[in-house]
Design a protein around this ligand. Sequence first.
Ligand code: FE
Length: 168
Amino acid sequence: MGYLANLLFIRIWILPVLIIQILFAQNKVLNSTNKESKKMKRSDSEWKRILSSAEYHILREKGTERAFTGEYDGHFEEGTYVCAGCGNKIFESEKKYRSGCGWPAFYNAIPESVEEHEDISFGMKRIEITCSKCDGHLGHVFNDGPEPTGLRYCINSVSMDFNSEKEN
Ligand code: FE
């Protein structure tokens, strides 16, 4: 009797547990496809047509503008910086600071607006920052920034446009 009762108990529980596991797995797949479908997908020739040659080089070919030459390096007006490729809002002027590194620097990004990728090019180990909407290359993030994050988002001016309108 005890054995049968145990068997029945296990049978009753196994099915719901399996169903829950399947639902979780499905949800994971749906979430990741959702994230992908929200991305802006353009062909290389479309990007070439839409972007200037400097923008194309930096955003799509992961180039870097020369230090101390960028439009926004010494730019400290109030407003929002958006991705030059897709208009995604990526940085706010309140998080911008004078790092002296030669590129616009921020200690934080707008939540969910950028993605991080390990970058081992040029014999260095760095963290590349891309736009979460169009995957355009923006710059890198380093651990030598000011409080409260200790981060320095070092971003190409060419990768950004500036919008002086205040966000709500
Ligand atoms: Fe973008």
